[in-house]
Design a protein around this ligand. Structure first.
Ligand SMILES: [Zn+2]
Length: 63
């Protein structure tokens, strides 16, 4: 029963976000902000081009 309520709430949020985006495309919805917070822009090593995971320095510089 509670799962149904949560699912309905999620659908409602998604629909609201879609409507807001449709009304003013430049506006950022809370869903967009959440997405932006969860996925920071991945950084790449300037030396080897690998993605830097969990640190600023790359392993290629240690060797
Ligand atoms: Zn590197």
């Amino acid at each position: 029963m509670i799962i149904k309520i949560v699912a309905a709430f999620l659908v409602f949020m998604i629909v609201m976000g879609a409507i807001q985006k449709w009304l003013n495309p430049g506006h950022k919805t809370p869903l967009d902000r959440l997405r932006g917070a969860k996925l920071p822009r991945p950084r790449k090593c300037s030396e080897c081009g690998r993605f830097l995971l969990g640190g600023d320095s790359c392993r290629c510089k240690d060797r």
